[in-house]
Design a protein around this ligand. Sequence first.
Ligand SMILES: C[S@@+](CC[C@H](N)C(=O)[O-])C[C@H]1O[C@@H](n2cnc3c(N)ncnc32)[C@H](O)[C@@H]1O
Length: 226
Amino acid sequence: MQTEQSILDSWQVNAAPWSKAIADKAIESRQLVTNAAIVQAITKLQPASVLDLGCGEGWLSRALKAELPQASIKGVDAIPALIDAAKNLSTAIDYTVASYQDIIAGALHDAQYNLIAINFALFGDELVRDLLETLRKHITEGGHLVIQTLHPVVACGDLPYQSGWREGSWAGFSSDFKDAHPWYFRTLEDWLALFLHCGYHIQSMQEPLHPKTGKPASVILNCIIE
Ligand SMILES: C[S@@+](CC[C@H](N)C(=O)[O-])C[C@H]1O[C@@H](n2cnc3c(N)ncnc32)[C@H](O)[C@@H]1O
């Protein structure tokens, strides 16, 4: 679908500024709240194997390797420049180029992981549904899917609180970012319904608070297979 493809096109163009923003610790909410929140949510589950999907330049994989040195960690992203950056930053992690579309088409073969993590990397509509359905078979029995995404109530802004495609924006990012991609806004009710539809059970949900605003900086959903 054209819109889903434009998301990939945008990350292709913005791979270098994204890597720089992470290296410079330029995203305040990540530094203050959301990085620690996702690392903690995952490490407390003590997975022996983790797939970091939509891993970008790989910071989460590296943080998990530091916390869980015995665990096998794999990072996957569609954008070759981001995977190259990740490989340059760590040789202890298996980083591979693959898109969600590739994964739906079978790119992970019969690989299974104790935990699949997706940190701020789900932007689409049908693609996300098809991906979540596909990921079920790549999670071991008793394993987890842990997702961190923008908190819908906060991300909604002034528009009506209803699911649908929205225009993208790089507001708050450096002027090096270009071609912001559209993204599919989901209400919290629709996120929960999506996981149920795809065969997951929501074991826990967290709403990490931004210390400056007192509002949720994100939502973290910890799902298990039904
Ligand atoms: C906001 S970045 C987050 C990266 C990383 N998870 C992190 O926390 O820094 C979103 C990531 O999703 C990846 N992504 C978006 N659509 C994708 C797709 N269809 N297949 C694979 N990766 C995708 C992008 O390439 C990008 O690295």
